[in-house]
Design a protein around this ligand. Sequence first.
Ligand code: BMP
Length: 211
Amino acid sequence: ESRLILALDVYERERALEIARETADYLWAIKVNWPLIIGSGLDIIPELKEETGLPVIADLKLADIPNTNRLIAGKVFEAGADYIIAHGFVGSDSVEAVMELGKTIIVVEMSHPGAREFIQPVTDRLIELANRLEPFGVIAPATRPERVAYIRSKLKPGIKILTPGVGAQGGKAGEVLKAGADYIIVGRSIYASDNPRESARQIYEEVRAWS
Ligand code: BMP
């Protein structure tokens, strides 16, 4: 089974479906973020599932009060999303509102440089939250493999680590898998390449070499 997740951050429905079709053989799942939902509507979720047969992760980074998180997550799970990504810093009640409706992934540390300002100082607290609530997984930064190793050492076994930041943001697939990531998330290095299928295949082979 593949450990590669495609971050399909394009606007257009046709382009999204085409890239998904071309790369599906090498993927574990497809991650849908706001750009695609805004550009193509929520129906893109069932369409991608039908086209590829792969699970869809809705990367909404929900960060609202429990009731609003519930209202949003309810519609998105109903549309067919298999997983939803939620922020943990808003508190356990907000995360639990999502977890009651379906499989959830909590952000414990982000991959961009600015994550050092506010998220990284509370990563330990977010790991504690994840250990208490036991979501499907957490998001950790492929751009900082040493942080992935740290997060793995503190996180309950069984909770998956999903790592964005490979490729365009500078992270290396091999390093982050060695550090303990379960899945890597790749966007631009695949969808913005001249040959998305070939790019996905190359990353898939690299991931397989580490599995
Ligand atoms: P790319 O490989 O093009 O950098 O895309 C990374 C994807 O992962 C984007 O959808 C981005 O929003 C998301 N992401 C991230 O890069 N860092 C995080 O910490 C959390 C994310 O969800």
